[in-house]
Design a protein. Structure first.
Length: 137
């Protein structure tokens, strides 16, 4: 059927958003945001801003945090977005990836063109053996 020829193709506005940003190997999700895998983030860690959107007690808690993260809890993301450099890529992280995905959407609304979510959050980061500061074994 003719309608099936276009099934699965993104709408015109979405196609532009899907253009590969090029600053890291990213995956475009069905939710309409970019995600980065833990191993890819570790490779570009020195070139991106990592924003931890968890609460301060979580940041200091058992999962620890990624070195050089900026702690901006999700409820403060919109108000504190000006603390970030909009011309540099931003990777958001939380416990499992849901809150940080919301933070990516908020940052996009604030004009950040290079924002991605850490897939699987700190749970996956730690499970894959990437370095953390703080936390417990």
């Amino acid at each position: 059927m003719p309608a099936n020829l276009h099934c699965g193709e993104p709408e015109a506005g979405v196609a532009a958003a899907m253009a590969d940003p090029g600053w890291a190997p990213l995956t475009f999700t069905f939710g309409g945001i970019w995600e980065i895998q833990s191993s890819a983030l570790e490779e570009v860690l020195g070139r991106v801003q990592v924003v931890d959107v968890r609460a301060p007690d979580e940041h200091r808690g058992p999962l620890g945090h990624i070195r050089s993260t900026v702690l901006i809890p999700i409820g403060q993301s919109k108000r504190r977005a000006t603390e970030l450099n909009a011309s540099r890529p931003v990777v958001t992280v939380c416990r499992a990836g849901a809150r940080s995905a919301q933070a990516v959407v908020m940052l996009q609304r604030e004009g950040f063109k290079q924002a991605a979510n850490l897939a699987g959050g700190m749970l996956r980061w730690r499970a894959e053996g990437h370095p953390v500061e703080g936390g417990s074994d």
